[in-house]
Design a protein around this ligand. Structure first.
Ligand SMILES: [Fe+2]
Ligand SMILES: [Fe+2]
Length: 165
């Protein structure tokens, strides 16, 4: 693909992916304000932006077979956990941005859990397993099965975890 167009597709992907998340947050807010129809509209437009994001992504990268995807996902978790977040954390520290420091360091810790989950999945890909994942709504920490302890990354109470469907 032409370099400029590729850059534009990448920017369009980032914009649509961001809009998708933003609109889902708007939908939650509308729900909390008891405006279900508006919440539904935000979710509907989010879904539509999601389609745009995926179409753009398909122009940027080919989605491979699952074994390769697991390997890629594993490597990218290691990269964010080992390189990107530590750099961002250090810079937030230099800038005295305390909230960003907490968010970056917790995200970094959760990424290392993702890497372990992928590594494990690669080893057991062909086995029949039925594991439910429970997620911490604060920091995104994932637990295999119902959590027995509070979140090891951010300390959120275990009762707050919800099952990923
Ligand atoms: Fe991750
Ligand atoms: Fe957490």
């Amino acid at each position: 693909m032409n370099e400029r167009t590729r850059k534009n597709v990448n920017e369009a992907f980032i914009g649509e992916a961001k809009a998708y998340q933003r609109l889902l947050m708007y939908a939650r807010k509308a729900e909390s304000e008891e405006l279900p129809q508006i919440a539904k509209l935000f979710r509907a437009v989010a879904e539509s932006e999601g389609i745009h994001a995926r179409r753009h992504f398909a122009l940027l990268e080919k989605v491979s077979d699952t074994q390769t995807n697991l390997e890629n996902a594993f490597q990218s978790e290691n990269l964010v956990n080992g390189v990107y977040y530590p750099k961002m954390l250090k810079e937030a520290e230099e800038d005295g941005e305390k909230t960003a420091m907490v968010v970056f360091s917790q995200a970094r810790d959760v990424e290392s859990v993702h890497a372990k989950l992928y590594e494990n999945a690669l080893k057991h890909m062909m086995e029949e397993r039925d594991i439910d994942y429970y997620i911490c709504p604060v920091c995104g920490y994932l637990n295999e099965g119902i959590p027995e302890e509070n979140c090891p990354v951010c300390g959120a109470p275990k009762e707050k975890f919800y099952k990923v469907e």
